[in-house]
Design a protein around this ligand. Structure first.
Ligand SMILES: [Zn+2]
Length: 490
């Protein structure tokens, strides 16, 4: 085998802001991270998969007030919705971090103290456009015709005492690390965007405190101010594995920060600068995936086309949703989501290829009473190294397509052999090949379609295995044919 397992593999999703309930966009990132995490576990690596929720700030404070709830109670409810959604979608995270966790809050206070002591935080004046109606600062891009779109009033220019983080000091070192690949950014097009941004702009210091936001972590040296998102939220990636406890070194630096492309720039600049300022190593790799439209339209609450991934999985099965999201769009690029395309994938690939294969093989196996043994004939068509390298390169769509090539090949083998006409030893040999192929396919699909893999194993009477077991050996299962794996959608 060419692929080499690492000792450890640490992967994260962004922490999701609790001003919104989980939608298909959150699910996309999280399912992709889950597939990658499961694959690395399959390789025998010590995997840590972190996800969670970002719970502080003005928007949450206001959303909670609006429904007459304490912010913490409001966050508890939304965080639970995320946890429930990940359970429904078979997400195998190792830890779910919430930025209101006491251990996180303590760690952020500690980080702020270190940054302050190391001379990377200084006092200045923050100036912004403040809308009295919203009770918050608005960015230029939020204004419509110079006015707050909700209150139709021009915001006031307001300033307040604030603390700043010396991001500008890290400009050159960050550019260097990105260019040298010491901190990898993928896909290549995104890396180039960040490099050209850094070459044509100078990183500016950022305000890290707010005086008007009560729902946040207080600055240890000035209790009238709360920490702004930049320090609080990013820190989850280290506090989620135990920092400042030494134990976090087991997994740090992170192997893969999986994020959406809109948050890449802040992730690739502010976050590593903070790490360097604290005295920690920068992330090994960022991967920014694309976004999808829904039936050709941008997804949004106002358009009423927000897709609920849990509802979708109830309607079509979890694995159908997981399969579709990974298979339909080249990972890293934008795509379009439609139920029609989902149904096509279900009927054309899950039912007609995989479901059909397992059903045919088990039907043959059940009526055969002889010995299932023979010579491996079809394992040559299996290229596990190729599948593994697709996943290493984060070409998840190509990885699953390669598995499917083998599934289709095995179906073809049944047809060409006319296996249903065989008898005796010849049938025993064909069945040996087919059952071993199904066993291997079950291992290979287990990261993508965990529920389906379990169903296949049950029917084959075998246990789930590691990637190293993905080879033809002796068939030792106890056949028990079950129902079709997938239902055809009319
Ligand atoms: Zn307003």
């Amino acid at each position: 085998m060419v692929y080499l397992p690492r000792k450890k593999f640490y992967i994260t999703t962004p922490i999701y802001y609790v001003n919104d309930v989980p939608h298909i966009g959150h699910a996309y990132t999280t399912i992709a991270a889950d597939v990658i995490a499961r694959w690395h576990r399959l390789k025998g690596e010590d995997v840590f998969f972190l996800t969670g929720t970002d719970e502080h700030g003005e928007k949450i404070q206001q959303a909670a007030e609006k429904v007459g709830k304490q912010p913490k109670k409001f966050c508890d409810e939304i965080a639970k919705k995320f946890k429930d959604a990940w359970k429904a979608l078979d997400i195998s995270y190792d830890h779910f971090i919430r930025t209101t966790d006491e251990s996180h809050v303590k760690a952020v206070e500690k980080a702020l103290q270190i940054l302050y002591k190391n001379g990377y935080i200084y006092k200045g004046k923050y100036q912004g456009l403040y809308c009295v109606g919203c009770e918050k600062y608005l960015t230029e891009s939020e204004l419509v015709g110079g006015k707050c779109p909700d209150h139709l009033k021009e915001p006031e220019v307001l300033s307040e005492d604030s603390y700043f983080f010396s991001l500008s000091k890290f400009h050159t070192i960050l550019l260097n690390k990105i260019e040298k690949g010491e901190m990898a950014i993928k896909p290549e097009v995104r890396k180039n965007e960040i490099i050209s941004f850094l070459k044509s702009n100078k990183l500016e210091d950022i305000s890290i405190s707010r005086s008007k936001v009560k729902w946040g972590i207080k600055l240890p040296w000035d209790e009238n101010l709360t920490s702004y998102v930049w320090v609080d939220a990013f820190l989850n990636y280290v506090t989620g594995i135990g920092w400042p406890n030494k134990a976090f070194e087991k997994y740090w630096p992170v192997d893969l920060h999986l994020i959406g492309k809109d948050i890449l720039r802040v992730h690739a600049t502010i976050w590593p600068a903070e790490l360097l300022a604290i005295g920690l190593k920068v992330p090994k790799q960022f991967f920014a995936h694309g976004y999808f439209t829904v039936n050709g339209q941008k997804m949004g609450k106002s358009l009423g086309n927000v897709v609920d991934p849990v509802e979708l999985s109830k309607k079509y099965s979890v694995d159908a949703v997981r399969y579709f999201l990974i298979r339909e769009f080249p990972f890293g690029e934008d795509g379009d989501f439609s139920e029609k395309a989902l149904v096509n994938r279900i009927n054309g690939e899950l039912v007609a290829d995989l479901g059909n294969l397992i059903y045919r093989v088990l039907t043959l196996a059940e009526r055969y009473k002889g010995k299932i043994e023979g010579e491996p004939e079809i394992d040559k068509n299996l290229d596990i190294e190729a599948i593994d390298s697709y996943i290493e390169n984060l070409e998840l769509h190509n990885a699953i397509e390669s598995v499917w090539k083998f599934v289709r090949y095995v179906n073809k083998y049944i047809n060409e052999k006319q296996a249903w006409k065989l008898e005796g030893e010849e049938l025993g040999n064909a069945l040996y090949n087919l059952l071993e192929a199904c066993k291997v396919i079950s291992i290979l699909v287990s990261s993508f379609l965990p529920e389906t893999a379990e169903k296949i194993n049950k029917q084959l009477g075998v246990k789930g295995c590691k990637l190293k077991d993905c080879k033809f050996g002796k068939f030792t299962g106890r056949i028990k044919k079950g129902a079709y794996l997938f239902k055809k959608v009319e």
